[in-house]
Write a protein that binds this ligand. Structure first.
Ligand SMILES: Cc1cc2nc3c(=O)[nH]c(=O)nc-3n(C[C@H](O)[C@H](O)[C@H](O)COP(=O)(O)O)c2cc1C
Length: 394
């Protein structure tokens, strides 16, 4: 299979892993409108082409929370990476690290913090869910700190899990799920040997380490369902802010008012995100939500964004809309499933090349030079005022 883009990695991942895993990665909540809008809205944003400006020297580096990033990209927290490639979190972390960008370990990873952090030279980022079991939260934060994690990404858009219809159909959940997964695995012998057998243990490493007993994949959805906490409010986050020594980022913001609350709370950053369209179907795409949030809080804290980013051009679009750094979710997961660490490395190299082309042809030599002026505002529907501006300015 010829690989030249994230789209190709999606096709390769589909051929490589059993359907229950492919659809768990690829799918979203309910009818998947928000999932589709995330990438469709980004694709509609028109970049403003500029020419003949001597673009021979580009600098993609950026600074975030006292860290230097080789490009304004980080790997998003993605649960169960270790089901997609053998000890997948370690492989993805290593690829990100060698590229000079952060890797975020999910609470619900297969590999525990202690297995992944040592695979990296730069400090790992750690993502935490709000769970009923506050003992677990404290335990895992202590371990993340002991392992040298720098940034805490606190995900707040999952007080309840969204329904994912595809999972019920694919065998991830639903009737006879374990049997269906087993049968599917037998039809993917390469995956079954490499990950199914040699990638064990298949438990949620961070949680097993706390509970002292393995948490099997079968227990995964049940445990999460019982542990998400709909009573959460800003007040519950205060002890975490006081406890965590490094930067704290609130992930799952889609509204300017919530972004302002994050500033008042003292967060160091936010992730503008709808969880990749996996939670409340029908909410705004990240690309549409981002400009108003940037208008509200740009400069007060770091703005990260994710959702539908499938190329370096999309990274440039997100930055032009107001993001400081962009997170990749499915794009890196597809590459990991298709080709492990080498896949993620190649994907990141592709993103870099695509960013370089986009920057060269929009006349941006540095990340700071990617602004709303890099977009043709009159035809970029993400700015509600764009058409009015265009008319007013003739
Ligand atoms: C398979 C999968 C698992 C995910 N697991 C987590 C998770 O454990 N914690 C979290 O905060 N976000 C999780 N996310 C959401 C991602 O961090 C990110 O917000 C989303 O994937 C961005 O959209 P994109 O996939 O279109 O790039 C997950 C996403 C996917 C696709």
């Amino acid at each position: 299979m010829i690989i030249s883009s994230a789209k190709d990695y999606r096709a390769a991942a589909k051929a490589k892993v059993p359907p229950f895993l492919f659809h768990y990665a690829d799918g979203g909540a309910y009818d998947e409108y928000t999932l589709r809008r995330n990438s469709e809205d980004l694709a509609q944003i028109a970049l403003r082409q500029r020419i003949l400006r001597n673009m021979s020297a580009l600098n993609l580096e950026t600074k975030l929370f006292n860290e230097t990033l080789a490009m304004p990209v980080a790997l998003a927290p993605v649960g169960l990476c270790g089901m997609y490639a053998r000890r997948g979190e370690v492989q993805a972390a290593s690829a990100a690290d060698k590229k000079g960008i952060p890797f975020t370990l999910s609470t619900v990873s297969l590999c525990p913090i202690e297995e992944v952090a040592p695979a990296m030279k730069r400090p790992m980022w750690f993502q935490l869910y709000v769970l009923r079991d506050r003992g677990f939260m404290r335990n895992v934060l202590e371990r993340a700190q002991a392992a040298g994690c720098s940034t805490l990404v606190f995900t707040v858009d999952m007080p309840v899990p969204g329904a994912r219809y595809r999972d019920a159909h694919s065998g991830m959940s639903g009737p006879n799920a374990a049997m269906r997964r087993y049968l599917q695995s037998a039809l993917y012998p390469q995956w079954a040997w490499d990950v199914g057998i040699n990638g064990r243990p298949h438990d949620l490493g961070n949680i097993s380490a706390y509970r002292g007993e393995p948490t099997k994949l079968e227990d995964y959805i049940g445990w999460l369902g019982n542990n998400f906490d709909p009573s959460i409010s800003w007040r519950d986050l205060e002890w975490i802010r006081d406890f965590w020594k490094g930067p704290m980022v609130i992930k799952g913001i889609l509204d300017p008012e919530d972004a302002r609350d994050a500033v008042r709370f003292g967060a160091d950053g936010i992730v503008v995100s709808n969880h990749g369209g996996r939670q409340l179907d029908g909410v705004l795409s990240s690309a549409r939500a981002l400009p108003a949030i940037a208008d509200a809080v740009k400069g007060d804290l770091a703005i990260l964004a994710d959702g539908g980013v499938r190329s370096g051009l999309d990274v440039v679009r997100m930055i032009a809309l107001g993001a400081d750094t962009v997170l990749l979710g499915r794009a890196f997961l597809y590459a990991l499933a298709a080709a492990g660490e080498a896949g993620v490395t190649n994907l990141l190299n592709l993103f870099e090349k695509e960013m370089r082309v986009a920057m060269t042809l929009t006349g941006a030599r540095t990340i700071a030079e990617i602004t709303r002026d890099s977009l043709v505002q009159a035809v970029s529907p993400m700015r509600p005022d764009a058409l009015a501006d265009a008319v007013a300015n003739g």
